[in-house]
Design a protein around this ligand. Structure first.
Ligand SMILES: [Zn+2]
Length: 191
C-alpha cells in the first residue's frame, strides 16, 4: 500500500492510495485478524455496507483500503475521545488506474489526523508482514494524545503531494511540536 497524496477539504482529509493486488482482505485473512488483535475496539465499529454486516464480519471480505479507513478513524477517535468521526472509501477504475482507492475521513485536529494516517499505514504494513510487535501501540497512542493537546492550528492544513518525502520529515516535525507542548503526564502534579 502506497499513499500517493493527502488533501485537506474543509473538515476532511482525503487520502489517495495505490494498492498492489490482492485488494481484498479475503485473500489476506491474517490482516483483519491481526488488526483486531492489536486494536480490539475496531470490532465494535459501525460500518454502513451493502450487506448491513457488522464491521467485524465485513472486515473478513472487504477492500484493504476500507480497513485503512477504519484504522484512521479508530486512531483519531481513541485520541480525541470519539467525536463521531466518520469516513468513506471509494474507487473508480474506469477513470483511474486499477488499484487506486480514495479514503476520506473527518479530521477535526490536523496533527492528530496526519499522525493517525502515518501510524495506520505502518500498522497495516507490520501486520501484513506478520510483525505486529514492530509497533508499540501504547507508545504511539501516547504521542497522538500529546499531539491532541496542541492547538489544531499548530500545523497548517496543507496537502501532501509527496508522501515519502513528507514521511521522512514527519518524525522530526512531531519532535519539534512536542518539545514546545506540555507533557500531559505532568498535568496536576502539585508544586
Ligand atoms: Zn466501513
Amino acid at each position: 500500500m502506497e499513499i500517493l497524496r493527502i488533501a485537506f477539504e474543509e473538515e476532511k482529509l482525503k487520502i489517495t492510495l495505490r494498492m498492489a493486488e490482492p485488494f481484498n482482505t479475503r485473500d489476506k485473512p491474517h490482516l483483519a485478524r491481526g488488526l483486531f488483535r492489536l486494536l480490539p475496539r475496531l470490532k465494535k465499529h459501525r460500518c454502513f455496507n451493502d450487506g448491513n454486516l457488522s464491521f467485524q464480519r465485513e472486515a473478513a471480505a472487504t477492500e484493504i483500503a476500507h480497513l485503512m479507513e477504519h484504522l484512521v478513524l479508530e486512531l483519531q477517535a481513541v485520541t480525541l475521545c470519539g467525536r463521531g468521526i466518520r469516513g468513506v472509501t471509494y474507487w473508480n477504475w474506469r477513470e483511474e488506474p486499477m488499484g487506486q482507492f480514495h479514503v476520506d475521513v473527518d479530521a477535526p485536529h490536523t496533527a492528530v489526523a496526519l499522525g493517525a494516517v502515518w501510524l495506520a499505514q505502518r500498522i497495516i504494513r507490520a501486520v501484513d508482514e506478520r510483525c505486529p510487535e514492530r509497533i508499540d501501540v501504547e507508545q504511539e497512542l501516547r504521542v497522538l494524545r500529546r499531539l491532541a493537546q496542541l492547538p489544531s492550528e499548530a500545523l497548517p492544513r496543507v496537502g501532501i503531494e509527496n508522501f515519502a518525502r513528507w514521511e521522512e520529515d514527519w518524525v522530526r516535525q512531531v519532535a519539534e511540536l512536542l518539545a514546545t507542548a506540555p507533557d500531559p503526564s505532568l498535568v496536576g502534579v502539585p508544586g
